[in-house]
Ligand binder design. Structure first.
Ligand SMILES: Nc1ncnc2c1ncn2[C@@H]1O[C@H](COP(=O)(O)OP(=O)(O)OP(=O)(O)O)[C@@H](O)[C@H]1O
Ligand SMILES: [Mg+2]
Length: 253
């Protein structure tokens, strides 16, 4: 019943002599919120970089919705519905929140030829940008410059920018990094709400275990480029291997 969105086969990447992806076989299914966790340098960002097309694997294959995408450039993957956000915030600081969203919306509509309809095209873009601002809880800040937003709201704006591409699968690299608890809760609630809408499947890389255990349907644990565990929250909590290399006492009562 579950639908596979993305699949990797024997994905490998080394930097010099260090293996950071060691023949990774992974599948991501629609509607399942997955967290990728593991110690610093485990290869989490590298994995997302390969899946999103920022870097090329040394070998192995990546399939998205059944199509081979291993060597497709980023923009082709985005067009298919495979998107990501970065570990550091990436917005146009001097533009308003609205413009930050409207620019990618216009790009998507332009590609679809819908902007060729005079006036109507602009209205569609405006409505869509506002709808996205509302979905990420930023409608009230529509006219604020991005740089004036709190760190948490900038992160939400980034998610909004990614949503403009209408992603089927969205990777978020440390979406709550550097946030205070209030901001963190807001991001968490937004991701849960957006996931429940059913349009976008979220895969996040995250260090904060409260976030991971609150959000995830599934957790994948990486260590030195290997998958050392892959399962439900309960399975990960009970895994002695995961405790040994990563969680330690963190999940103890
Ligand atoms: N472009 C690069 N060139 C050389 N080495 C790299 C490069 N990118 C990453 N590495 C190395 O590969 C390993 C994995 O890095 P990666 O960024 O994937 O880890 P991570 O799991 O995301 O860690 P963190 O939790 O600190 O973000 C690290 O040892 C890192 O130093
Ligand atoms: Mg990283």
């Amino acid at each position: 019943m579950n639908r596979v969105l993305l699949e990797t086969r024997a994905l490998r990447k080394a930097f010099g002599r260090v293996q950071v992806a060691n023949a990774l076989d992974l599948t991501f299914e629609a509607g399942v919120i997955t967290s990728i966790i593991g110690p610093n340098g485990a290869g989490k960002s590298t994995l997302i970089n390969m899946l999103s097309g920022l870097i090329q694997p040394d070998s192995g294959e990546i399939f998205f919705m059944g199509q081979q995408i291993t060597r497709l450039p980023i923009h082709r993957r985005v067009k298919m519905g495979l998107c990501r956000s970065f570990q550091v915030v990436n917005v146009f600081p001097e533009l308003t929140a609205f413009d930050n969203i409207q620019i990618p919306v216009l790009a998507v509509l332009g590609r679809a030829g819908r902007l060729l309809i005079p006036l109507r095209g602009e209205t569609i873009a405006r409505e869509e940008a506002n709808a996205i601002l509302s979905r990420v809880g930023l409608l009230h800040a529509s006219e604020s410059r991005a740089t004036a937003l709190s760190h948490g709201d900038q992160r939400l704006l980034e998610i909004g920018i990614a949503l403009a591409a209408r992603p089927k699968l969205l990777f978020l690299d440390e979406p709550t990094a550097g946030m205070n608890p209030v901001e963190r809760t807001k991001i968490l609630d937004s991701i849960k709400r957006l996931s429940a809408e059913g349009k976008t499947t979220f895969v996040i890389v995250e260090h904060d275990m409260d976030v991971v255990f609150s959000l995830s349907d599934r957790i994948v644990v990486l260590h030195h480029g290997d998958i050392i565990a892959d399962g439900t929250k309960e399975q990960i909590r009970e895994s002695s291997k995961v405790r040994e290399v990563y969680l330690g006492d963190e999940v103890d009562e």
